[in-house]
Design a protein around this ligand. Structure first.
Ligand SMILES: [Fe+2]
Ligand SMILES: [Fe+2]
Length: 308
């Protein structure tokens, strides 16, 4: 698996959706589990710019190759979220994309700012922060594309399968960048390997956790991976990450699945109640997004003026 930043810069583009049979989206049913996963995935794809805001304040971004990658990567991820949202809208689920994104962000509150500060400080204290960040990038991209593969299989929906298949191709390139960069950083650097392993064993969480609750993360894992094929996919994923120097035998996504199963065995409704009760149709934010963006309050104020 090779990666050329020059080639990536030349070829990076908005997701090509030409030929997707959007008109046929409603001809095939999606289960509540499929819809739950699609909402989760859309929210996390749309969260990338905030994730990026954490990275741009770190030591890792002194590397111009990394910042060139991030500039293209952020744009590509934007179109993943946009197109998943489009598919949901065409399926008949009504929401305004900007409202939904603002609501998710409004729920983050102070925790988001504290997290930026601690990531920034950590990166300047620990020289090998980049190794940890790049490894986490590789794990996140690989688990994202593995999750899309599982949803293609579970849903059996041809239009969704076509869309996610195209997104997976982007995610594979992202994975190749992170994996190769992490490998480069870790090779021959035992101290970085030790720090990386320690952090991944203790601090790493699955993609989306933090924006989503533990139960939402578990619901996704149980829906997509709690069968023989799903479990084998996650063991395979861990094995691939274990090929990075110093990470041999590491258990990440398979461990997360087993932990989700344990919580579900203590409470059989765990996770599934979110799917059944349609919690994917988002709880209202604790704060009004308008307080944070000014946009909604601006529109409301204009409407009030017109009415007056
Ligand atoms: Fe993506
Ligand atoms: Fe990606």
């Amino acid at each position: 698996m090779s990666f050329s930043i020059e080639r990536y810069k030349e070829e990076s583009k908005k997701l090509d959706t030409a030929g997707i049979e959007w008109a046929a989206v409603r001809e095939h049913p999606l289960s509540k589990g499929d819809l739950f996963c699609l909402h989760y995935m859309m929210d996390i794809e749309n969260h990338v710019p905030l994730y990026l805001s954490h990275l741009l304040v770190t030591r890792a971004c002194m590397d111009p190759i990394l910042t060139a990658f991030l500039a293209c990567w952020n744009y590509e991820e934007l179109w993943h979220g946009e197109n998943i949202g489009k598919l949901l809208n065409l399926y008949g689920i009504e929401f305004d994309t900007q409202d939904r994104i603002a609501n998710v962000r409004a729920n983050l509150g102070l925790q988001n700012s504290l997290s930026i500060l601690s990531t920034m400080a950590g990166s300047w204290f620990f020289k090998d922060f980049s190794a940890v960040y790049l490894s986490i990038g590789a794990i996140n991209e690989l688990s994202t594309l593995t999750g899309y593969g599982a949803l293609i299989r579970k849903s059996g929906h041809p239009v969704l399968g076509d869309l996610l298949g195209r997104i997976v191709k982007d995610e594979r390139r992202h994975f190749a960048f992170y994996f190769n960069s992490a490998k480069e950083w870790l090779t021959g650097n035992e101290k970085a390997q030790r720090v990386d392993r320690w952090m991944l064993d203790r601090v790493w969480v699955p993609v989306g956790q933090g924006v989503k609750t533990q139960e939402e993360v578990d619901a996704l894992a149980l829906y997509l991976f709690d069968d023989d094929q799903g479990e084998a996919d996650l063991i395979n994923l861990d094995e691939k990450i274990g090929r990075l120097p110093g990470l041999s035998g590491i258990k990440l996504m398979s461990k997360a699945l087993y932990a989700a199963r344990e919580r579900a065995s203590a409470n059989p409704r765990w996770g599934w109640r979110l799917i059944d009760d349609e919690e994917w149709a988002i709880a209202p934010p604790k704060k009004s997004p308008g307080e944070l963006t000014t946009r909604r309050s601006g529109i409301d104020a204009a409407a009030a003026l017109i009415e007056a």
